[in-house]
Ligand binder design. Sequence first.
Ligand code: SAH
Length: 390
Amino acid sequence: MSSTSQPVSAAAAGAAQDSGRPAPPQPGKLTFVAPRRAKPPRHLADLTSAERRAAVAELGEKPFRADQLSRHYFARLTDDPAQMTDLPAAVRDRLAAELLPELLTSVRTLDCDGGTTRKTLWRAFDGTLLESVLMRYPDRVTMCVSSQAGCGMNCPFCATGQAGLTRNLSTAEIVEQVAAGARALARGQLAGGPGRVSNIVFMGMGEPLANYKAVLGAVRRITDPAPHGLGISQRSVTVSTVGLVPAIEKLAAEGLSVRLAVSLHAPDDELRDELVPINTRWKVREVLDAAWAYADRTGRRVSIEYAMIKDVNDQAWRADLLGRLLKGHLVHVNLIPLNPTPGSKWTASRPRDEREFVARLEAHGVPVTVRDTRGREIDGACGQLAAATE
Ligand code: SAH
């Protein structure tokens, strides 16, 4: 395998931005700094409760109108201003135009798994495409959201990674994916009847910790109690990262109890440098140390994500090495059978190699599960979220 990875130079990436023109996405390259693009219009979900009141006051309306608007958006999941009848019509139209712009337009929805999995392809205000996936399980409904359009981390087995990074999503663009999923579910559009979104995973397109500020804002809006936010428990939110160590440290200090998932995929630097190119900047040891510090600080078990790739990272000796690195820590391993991306030379591990890998981790006392891969037929499964519609 030829690795095109190179140490990230934030300064170099930044310098490319100074021409005034938006830089095109750079497939095949580790891109740390998101291209500068026109910002999405301001939306209620971008703002804290206090900022919403200030924004409403600036528009010449009584601050309590902000709370009414929030109740509609976050608690009642109303997206049609005509239904906000506790607001006088003129006020309603004005506030909706200023604070509830339509951020995402559904381009296509695809259902599979008997209608219990639904992928939505969204178009943002500037034509940018992104995807989210809603998945119903017997005990929960999980929404998988995108934090960036595209991704700059360039992991060679991931479809999103192949296309490069288009731009960061705004807080409201992330929250709106969840709100839209919650509305669809409340209206009974997912098989199994009306329900509520219980879990959020930042496992769609993008590297959440490379869009830290917007993602943190989204986590707060998603978990703030209604009507200030969507009222989903912090413990039911998972932020998944390739291992941006300073950002993991920052997240640990936020006083949140969200779950951290680390996409490890290899226990040794030599292989991880290729599978997760950011490893050339932060090594396995450093990433795991940051993960253990996160677990200490939050009391939350860290998830280690490990895509099982046949004859690449699934050898018994690598399971042993992984077991030795993880044993004794507050950790859980999620093995993900590789979903081969189009044209990929890699495929999922043989069942017997997978079983052996599981057995070796268990022998080290490390809890492990094999993830069921929802949404395969609709390219909605792990690593498949690369919008093909242009
Ligand atoms: N950037 C974040 C979120 C990305 S997607 C991260 O890397 O963690 C969520 C998970 O799906 C990651 O663990 C990612 O490595 C994994 N993944 C990506 N492509 C995959 C594929 N083709 N098969 C299986 N898992 C994949």
